[in-house]
Design a protein around this ligand. Structure first.
Ligand SMILES: NC(=O)c1ccc[n+]([C@@H]2O[C@H](COP(=O)([O-])OP(=O)(O)OC[C@H]3O[C@@H](n4cnc5c(N)ncnc54)[C@H](OP(=O)(O)O)[C@@H]3O)[C@@H](O)[C@H]2O)c1
Length: 258
């Protein structure tokens, strides 16, 4: 089996956010099927009550630990990080798949007239602020890793230079902010964690609850299942080298301009 991360031969301890649904759940499923993975910490707000995660736990036992965490809540993050690092003093991979595009009271904006402060703040919090603060709290657990990956699942629409269509102000801005935060981290950790690769990844357009309201406009062959997207993403992660740190890659390994 291909190593989970290039240069890592030890059993791998992995954290995945957004683990209750879509891409995050598919990543957890495939990570548990990988023989090198010793431990997966699956984060979602009600992780312990997720039927899908419970089914995986029945199959894989203690290799899967469900961690109830609202990533936007500092106290919840603190409790969750303590539980994760108690079990896995050493981490090798952190994948941020939690994210929000719409909610009952949030719709992606078509025009500046639809922009509203609570929605903009909420998307920035979930998609950009919470992931980097969770990373800050977990980073000490990466220090001794012979090789490691921190991957923030971003979105191509977060690319500023690729933005030809406009619209989706809050989501685009939150993903651009996420990209900048993780790019900045990649530069800082070059010395302190020379074998830690920090990347942003675009998963493709994926048939999940997040994409559901918009999938009618997507050609069937361009709409991935969560499982296919997860397979692509894990392949990109496995192929990363130290010099790839700080880059933004699509599901097929192609670099995306910022
Ligand atoms: N689907 C696509 O086409 C597509 C395209 C480009 C990028 N992406 C990105 O891919 C990532 C995964 O999206 P998806 O399509 O798999 O979405 P999804 O199926 O809607 O899953 C979103 C996940 O985020 C978690 N989440 C949301 N708010 C949270 C919070 N405050 N605390 C903890 N967890 C929270 C949800 O968990 P709970 O609600 O259970 O807590 C859920 O597990 C997102 O970052 C998204 O922006 C998706």
């Amino acid at each position: 089996m291909t190593p989970l991360i290039e240069g890592l031969s030890a059993p791998a301890h992995v954290v995945v956010t957004g683990a209750s649904s879509g891409i995050g759940l598919a990543l957890v499923t495939q990570l548990l099927a990988h023989s090198q993975v010793a431990q997966v910490h699956a984060i979602a707000r009600r992780a312990e009550h997720s039927a899908a995660l419970q089914a995986l736990r029945n199959e894989h036992g203690d290799r899967l630990l469900c961690c109830a965490m609202d990533i936007t809540d500092a106290h919840s993050r603190q409790l969750g990080v303590a539980r994760i690092t108690h079990r896995s003093a050493q981490l090798h991979c952190l994948i941020h798949a939690a994210g929000v595009l719409h909610a009952p009271d949030i719709r992606p904006e078509k025009s500046i007239n639809q922009l509203n402060e609570p929605a903009l703040v909420q998307l920035l919090q979930v998609n950009a602020i919470a992931p980097i603060l969770l990373t800050q709290a977990l980073l000490p657990a990466f220090r001794q890793a012979p090789a490691g990956v921190i991957a923030a699942i971003s979105a191509r629409v977060g690319s500023i230079s690729d933005n030809a269509l406009g619209g989706w102000y809050s989501y685009r801005a939150s993903k651009a902010a996420q990209n900048q935060l993780f790019r900045t981290l990649s530069i800082e950790v070059r010395r302190s964690h020379p074998n830690l690769r920090v990347v942003s990844l675009h998963p493709g357009t994926v048939d999940t609850p997040l994409a559901a309201p918009f999938k009618a406009n997507v050609a069937a062959d361009r709409l991935f299942t969560p499982a296919l997207s997860a397979t692509h993403l894990l392949r990109v992660i496995a192929g990363l080298h130290n010099e790839d740190s700080g880059q933004f890659f699509a599901w097929d390994g192609q670099a995306i301009p910022w």
